[in-house]
Write a new protein. Structure first.
Length: 203
């Protein structure tokens, strides 16, 4: 016991780091003051953003133009030339069409376009105008019974024409096959081709 006590007295602890509490408390106060100043400035700088309500897309989404095409992909190519669907608004690439549609309908993309996710409330007059447009479109594009009968008749005629062409092709193939068989049986043609026939010479 006495020996261990004497060793403990002789230990040198001067290499351990010593902290000045007052100095670090002062630093913490300064940092808190800076953070509060930064928060107050950011609140003062940012006015409330007025975003437009959500509206219809005025362009067609192109999902099929690159279907079935091969493309060399390099890591140094710009984003617009990489594999997948490139969004020029957000400057990002999405790998498949489902995720691309989710992206362009999503909050981040709409905010980049300057729109909120709220839909504008339609007035009674706007709804009535929309109904009129849809009625005119339906009247212009609707089919009468006569149109339907004409379409059915035309389709039947096309089907009959296809069947007739198939029958003619079959007849032509049969004629060609018969002509080939006749040519094989003809000894003059066989002699002209360099052989006397396929019959065996043994009797």
């Amino acid at each position: 016991m006495a020996q261990s006590d004497s060793n403990a007295v002789g230990v040198d602890n001067t290499f351990r780091r010593k902290f000045n509490r007052e100095e670090y408390l002062e630093r913490a106060r300064e940092r808190e003051d800076q953070e509060q100043d930064g928060r107050s400035k950011s609140k003062a700088k940012a006015p409330p953003v007025q975003r437009k309500p959500l509206k219809h897309r005025d362009y067609e989404v192109d999902l099929d133009s690159r279907l079935g095409k091969t493309q060399v992909v390099t890591p140094i190519a710009p984003l617009s030339q990489q594999a997948g669907y490139h969004c020029p608004v957000c400057d990002c690439v999405v790998k498949d069409s489902a995720n691309y549609l989710d992206h362009i309908n999503g909050k981040k993309h709409q905010r980049a376009l300057g729109m909120s996710m709220r839909v504008e409330r339609a007035s009674l007059q706007q709804v009535q105008e929309r109904f009129e447009i849809l009625k005119k479109r339906k009247a212009a594009g609707s089919f009468t019974e006569q149109d339907l009968d004409e379409r059915i008749l035309k389709q039947q005629q096309e089907e009959e024409e296809r069947k007739r062409q198939r029958r003619e092709r079959k007849k032509e193939k049969k004629k060609e096959k018969a002509a080939e068989d006749d040519a094989e049986d003809d000894p003059d043609v066989a002699a002209m081709m360099g052989f006397g026939g396929f019959r065996s010479s043994k009797k």
